[in-house]
Structure formats: structure tokens, C-alpha cells
Design a protein around this ligand. Structure first.
Ligand code: 5GP
Ligand code: ZN
Length: 111
């Protein structure tokens, strides 16, 4: 997707502060953090949202979760929140699947 900001980050066309990268997943710090530690775990292939996951993507989705937990621990975040926003009504603004990991402060409610 040529006009997708996260595809551009994947391709290195715009910069991001990366925590991790392999052949199918990239993780980088959120540009507008909502907690002291807030990063995004993003599949390199363009999927619009959770609802676009297909049969065969189970391993990718599972890897995103495990990697998010591992990276949180590596950055000293023991307790964290995992968020996937799916669609505008849920607050999704970037339509390339991503998993938020937030931690480093006391979190309350769901907002
Ligand atoms: P959404 O609301 O779609 O679930 O979350 C999108 C997230 O991407 C937001 O937290 C926003 O701050 C972050 N974001 C948007 N553009 C960029 C960018 O260019 N670089 C980084 N690192 N984060 C971005
Ligand atoms: Zn994309």
C-alpha cells in the first residue's frame, strides 16, 4: 500500500525508533506515547486491521502477542496493556494492523 504510513516505515521510507525487526514483524515506539512505555508491534505485510486477518495468519498473530510480551519485559515493563483498535469507531487511525503495548504507569479503565 503506497499511501500507508506503516508500510512506509516497514520499507524504511520514513524513520521510526525501532525496538525489533525480523522478516515478518517490526516493532517501534509510538510517536505520540500514551504511557511512559508505548510501542507498536506491526506485521510487515499490509493487513488493514484485526478483521482482515485470514486463515493462515494465526502464527503471525500469535507471534505478535509473544513478541510484544517479550519486548515489554526487555524494556522493564512487567505489567502492560495490549490494544488492537479495529475500525474508526474503535479509535483506529492507521489502517495497517498494529498492536499497542502500553506500560510504565498505572492504567485505569478502558477509556
Ligand atoms: P490507532 O489509533 O490507529 O490504533 O493507533 C495508531 C498509532 O500510531 C497512534 O498511537 C499514533 O500515535 C501512532 N503513529 C501514527 N503515525 C506514526 C508515525 O509516523 N510513527 C510512529 N512511530 N507512530 C505513529
Ligand atoms: Zn500498510
Amino acid at each position: 500500500m503506497s499511501d500507508c504510513i506503516f508500510c512506509k516505515i516497514v520499507k524504511g521510507e520514513i524513520p521510526a525508533k525501532k525496538l525489533y525487526e525480523d522478516d515478518e514483524i517490526i516493532a517501534f515506539w509510538d510517536i505520540d506515547p500514551q504511557a511512559p512505555k508505548h510501542f507498536l508491534v506491526v506485521p510487515k505485510k499490509h493487513l488493514a486491521a484485526v478483521a482482515a486477518l485470514e486463515e493462515g495468519d494465526e502464527r503471525l498473530a500469535g507471534r505478535m502477542l509473544r513478541l510484544g510480551a517479550r519486548l515489554a519485559a526487555e524494556h522493564g515493563v512487567g505489567d502492560f496493556r495490549v490494544i488492537f483498535n479495529n475500525g474508526p469507531m474503535a479509535g483506529q487511525e492507521v489502517f495497517h494492523l498494529h498492536m499497542h503495548i502500553l506500560g510504565g504507569r498505572q492504567l485505569h479503565g478502558l477509556g
